[in-house]
Ligand binder design. Structure first.
Ligand code: ADP
Ligand code: MG
Length: 588
């Protein structure tokens, strides 16, 4: 129960739902316990009539009618109150589920990149749907049934003991057995259901990956192979599900057997007491009353087993949720105050190692970009170019050395202000399955139509968009059209540009764009970036030509630097690349 204590704050938050639920349950249980009494009374009246022989028939009949009406009324009232109970307690659990889901989602957004590399999407999805769902079973049904059971026990046992303490004891004898058996069974069900859940999770992770990678699978014609793997996983999960069903199917028969046993106990001992003229059992109506009580107690006792397994599951789920709510993001905002960013960037002896791979991507790197300057970074794949950009927007913190923005160590700046002022166009131009307009506006939510169009023009993608039937309302991704690599990159540039950031980071974002369009965009950017600090990563010399300075990276260190003209006069990567790309251009 330790883990579930986390949820107590929600019971406090919804205390009115909770308390009124409890009060209404008490009243409802009292009303539902009248029926056995009335049945007992009816038996007694009929029995008396037979034994005496000459009791007023009309009176007996009217008494029976009275009892029937009372049973009807009390049952209706108790049923209605039960409905209200659900309205309070179950509705409370839905509110809590909503709050908890939001809490988990907020935490997801808080966590850093490295967290997402350690965890699979399938697992993250499960946490927010499955696990929160399980905890809801605890705050809703489990709590409701526990309250109902407790109150029903108190009420019914009080009613029973009022009639006969001895018979009450006999009646209750089989119940511990019942609840033990059901607890055992529930634990088994629980165990097997957990394994089954794990398999379900595997299956859904697998399918999810197949769906997202469907193009690759088709291109390599791996359908058969994936199908086989799917069949294998499904068979395993089917086996787990069957083993779960086996224990689950024992549940019903076991209940019926044990209720039957209790009934036999009541009939036997009650009958013996009646025959022996026990004053507690003046008529056989009391025996009927006890049988009804037993049946009223059985479901709650059975539900105890069920509830305990729900609680166990919720505990396991809440444990996972808690573990993960406790994770602190690697990248924290150390400064709640507003930070003004103007945009000069300096790397001082920066070394950076990726924790998970142990790869040291940058080694003692130092360079400086002044406000309004443009720096181009060139180098082979894996030389550390993207890593430099990640450090500027603080997606990671350096392992040693310092990144300074406007002369202040980057960790000392307000993280949100920093990121607000940095526009990044990542290497993989990720777009959401939403309209083009909203994708561009993602960079600035309150952007006007004109601003959207202006930044699309800047990124030289306006003409492409205008050619679509729905223009800026065209839906992208899963539910809509797929843009070409170059179009995606340009929409992604428009998204960064619309923020009008102080610092613009372009990570090889023109790689899929033809050279002519590249020229246009670079020309547009030249003007746009006049007062911005720009770092442009590229593998093309043409992108670097306009830069104030060019860095050549290899293996995480700067091997050459200078202006375009300086580097052209130096032997090395830049000159080779220039000559190579020059001849390529002439060939085409
Ligand atoms: P570039 O952008 O120049 O191609 P990167 O900066 O992406 O190079 O990568 C530099 C090195 O760091 C590479 O060896 C790469 O394998 C490694 N690396 C890049 N990103 C990650 C990451 N997220 N986690 C672990 N290692 C990474
Ligand atoms: Mg890269």
């Amino acid at each position: 129960m330790k883990e579930l204590q986390y949820l107590n704050k929600y019971f406090v938050k919804y205390k009115y739902h909770f308390l009124s639920g409890i009060v209404i349950t008490i009243v409802s249980q009292i009303f539902s316990s009248f029926a056995p009494r009335l049945v007992s009374d009816s038996f007694a009246v009929v029995q008396k009539h037979f034994e005496a022989g000459n009791v007023d028939k009309i009176w007996v009949e009217s008494r029976l009618w009275r009892n029937i009406m009372l049973i009807l009324v009390t049952t209706l009232i108790s049923g209605f109150l039960l409905f209200i109970t659900r309205q309070t307690l179950i509705v409370m659990s839905r509110h809590i589920e909503f709050d908890l889901k939001n809490e988990v989602f907020r935490q997801y957004e808080r966590l850093s990149q490295s967290f997402y590399k350690r965890n699979r999407t399938g697992d993250l999805m499960n946490r927010i749907s499955e696990d929160v769902g399980k905890t809801r079973m605890y705050v809703g049904p489990a709590v409701m049934y526990s309250i109902q059971t407790l109150i029903r026990f108190i009420v019914v046992i009080a009613f029973m003991a009022g009639k006969s303490v001895e018979l009450t004891i006999y009646t209750l004898l089989p119940l511990p057995l019942l609840s033990y058996a059901i607890f055992k069974l529930s634990t088994q069900i629980n165990k097997r259901s957990t394994t089954f859940q794990q398999y379900l999770s595997k299956v859904s992770s697998f399918t999810q990956e197949v769906f997202s990678g469907v193009r690759v699978i088709k291109a390599y014609s791996l359908e058969k192979q994936q199908q086989d793997r799917m069949v294998e996983l499904s068979l395993e999960s089917k086996a787990k599900s069957m083993s779960l069903a086996k224990v689950q199917s024992l549940f019903g028969p076991l209940m019926i057997a044990l209720i039957g046993a209790s009934n036999l106990v009541v009939i036997y001992f009650g009958g013996m007491m009646y025959i022996n003229n026990d004053p507690d059992i003046p008529n056989i109506g009391v025996i009927a009353e006890f049988i009804l009580y037993v049946n009223m107690l059985t479901w709650p006792v059975a539900s105890l087993g069920w509830v305990s397994s729900m609680v166990q599951e919720a505990e396991a789920s809440q444990k996972r949720i808690n573990e993960f709510l406790k994770i602190e993001p690697d990248i924290k905002n150390h400064n709640p105050e507003y930070s003004e960013i103007s945009g000069s960037i300096e790397f001082k002896n920066v070394t950076f190692t990726y924790d998970d791979t142990g790869i040291t991507a940058l080694k003692k790197m130092s360079f400086k970009v002044d406000k309004g300057e443009t720096l181009a970074i060139l180098g082979k794949t894996g030389s550390g170019k993207s890593t430099v950009l990640s450090l500027v927007s603080r997606l990671y913190d350096v392992s040693s050395g310092e990144v300074l923005v406007d002369g202040t160590p980057i960790e000392k700046l307000n993280l949100n202000d920093l990121r607000d002022n940095v526009g990044t166009v990542p290497q993989d131009a990720f777009l959401f399955s939403d309209s083009i307009k909203n994708n561009i506006r993602f960079g600035k939510e309150d952007a006007t139509e004109e601003e959207v169009i202006a930044s699309a023009k800047l990124a030289a993608v306006h003409d492409n968009i205008a050619a679509f039937n729905l223009q800026y309302e065209t839906i992208l991704g899963e539910r809509g059209i797929t843009l070409s690599g170059g179009q995606k990159q340009r929409v992604s540039i428009a998204r960064a540009a619309i923020r009008d950031p102080k610092v613009l980071l372009l990570d090889d974002c023109l790689s899929a764009v033809d050279t002519e369009t590249e020229e246009t965009i670079l020309g547009n950017l030249l003007d746009f970036c006049k007062d911005k600090t720009t770092i442009i990563v590229s593998h093309r010399v043409s992108s670097a030509k306009n830069a104030d300075r060019i860095l050549i990276l290899d293996g995480g260190t700067i091997i050459q630097q200078g202006t375009h003209n300086q580097l052209l006069n130096e032997e090395g990567y830049y000159r080779e690349l220039y000559l190579k790309q020059l001849s390529e251009k002439e060939l085409t």
